[in-house]
Design a protein around this ligand. Structure first.
Ligand SMILES: O=C(O)CCC(=O)C(=O)O
Length: 292
C-alpha cells in the first residue's frame, strides 16, 4: 500500500487541548496523537542543540577541521557531516555521547512530560525509562533504520507505555519521519524471532524481528509532519518503522519513553529494564518468541 501523508485534524492537538478528553480518547483508540508546540524551542530544544554543538566542536578540533562553530546556535549539520566524511568513527563517538546530554535528561524529567505520561497511562506511578536516545540518521546509512517493530520488546516497562518522538529540526514532507500503522497496538505484543542472539552484532535495531514482518507493508499506514517543538506520542505497542531520507542529508530526533509501574503484568515481571540493561526479551517474555 502506498505511503499516505496524514493531513487530517483528528489526532492533532494544539496547546490548549493536549490534556483534553478528546486527546486521551484518540490516543487510546488510534494508538497515537500529535501534540503541536508541546515543547518550547528556546527552553527545551535549543539547550540540546547547544550540548550537541559542544561535542561537534570538540571532535572537529581533534580532527583539525578548519571550522568555527557557534555553540549557542542550532546544531551545525555541515560540520557534523564533515566529521563523518573525515572519520566516521569519530562521528560515532558523538552519536554515543549524545545519550548523556544534560539537556535531554532534563527534558526526560520535565514536569509536563511526566504529567503527560500520567495522563495517557492513567497512573500516578510513572516508570521513567532512563536512557534518552538522540537518533542521528544520515542519508546513505539506511542499514541503521528500523524496520516495522513495536518498542515494547526493546524497552519492556509496561504494555501501556508511551513513546514521545520529537525532532530537533522540522521533519516534514516525508523527509525521514516515521510511518505508523494506526490502531495496531490493539493486537497486543506480537510474536518475534530472535535474529541476533544477545545482540552479538551490537546493533540493537536488528536483535529481534517480527514474525509477520513482510505482510505489514500491505497495511494502511501513514507518515505525518512533525515540526521542532511538536511531539508525536504513540503506544509502545504501535507498529512503526523509519522512513529513509529522500533528499535531506541528516535528521536529528529524540525518543523519550515512559511506562506504568502499576500495570499488573509489569509488577509480576518485576519491572524489567529493557534489552539495553541486558533484559533479553527472549528471557523475560519467552512466550512471544518463536525460535527461542
Ligand atoms: O526515528 C526513527 O527512525 C525510528 C525510531 C524508532 O522506531 C524507535 O525509536 O522506536
Amino acid at each position: 500500500m502506498p505511503l499516505s501523508h496524514y493531513q487530517n485534524l483528528q489526532g492533532v492537538y494544539s496547546k490548549d487541548s493536549h490534556f483534553s478528553e478528546s486527546c486521551l480518547e484518540h490516543y487510546l483508540q488510534e494508538g497515537w496523537v500529535l501534540l503541536k508546540d508541546f515543547y518550547n524551542f528556546e527552553e527545551d530544544l535549543l539547550p540540546i542543540h547547544k550540548n550537541v554543538n559542544q561535542l561537534i566542536k570538540l571532535k572537529s578540533e581533534e580532527l583539525n577541521l578548519p571550522f568555527d562553530i557557534d555553540v549557542d546556535d542550532r546544531i551545525n549539520n555541515e560540520v557534523f557531516l564533515k566529521i563523518c566524511e573525515k572519520d566516521r568513527a569519530k562521528a560515532g563517538e558523538i552519536y554515543r555521547a549524545t545519550r548523556h546530554l544534560a539537556a535531554t535528561h532534563k527534558l526526560l524529567q520535565k514536569e509536563e512530560n511526566i504529567r503527560l505520561a500520567q495522563f495517557l497511562m492513567s497512573t500516578n506511578n510513572v516508570n521513567v525509562i532512563p536512557y534518552v536516545p538522540l537518533r542521528i540518521d544520515i542519508k546513505g546509512e539506511e542499514k541503521y533504520l528500523f524496520d516495522w517493530h513495536q518498542d515494547f520488546p526493546y524497552t519492556q516497562g509496561s504494555t501501556d507505555g508511551i513513546v514521545s518522538w520529537a525532532p530537533l529540526f522540522d521533519v516534514i514532507n516525508g523527509e525521514g519521519g516515521i510511518k505508523l500503522i494506526p490502531r495496531s497496538h490493539h493486537c497486543g505484543i506480537l510474536p518475534v524471532k530472535v535474529a541476533d542472539k544477545k545482540n552479538a552484532n551490537a546493533n540493537g535495531a536488528h536483535t529481534i524481528r517480527l514474525v509477520e514482518l513482510d505482510s505489514l507493508e500491505d497495511e494502511e499506514a501513514f507518515t505525518i509532519d512533525v515540526n521542532a517543538g511538536d511531539v508525536l506520542v504513540f503506544s509502545t505497542l504501535l507498529l512503526h518503522k523509519s522512513i529513509p531520507l529522500p533528499t535531506q542529508k541528516i535528521r536529528w530526533t529524540t525518543q523519550l519513553r515512559y511506562a506504568n509501574f502499576d500495570q499488573k503484568e509489569a509488577v509480576m515481571k518485576g519491572w524489567p529494564g529493557g534489552m539495553i540493561e541486558g533484559n533479553w526479551f527472549e528471557d523475560i517474555y519467552p512466550e512471544y518468541v518463536v525460535n527461542n
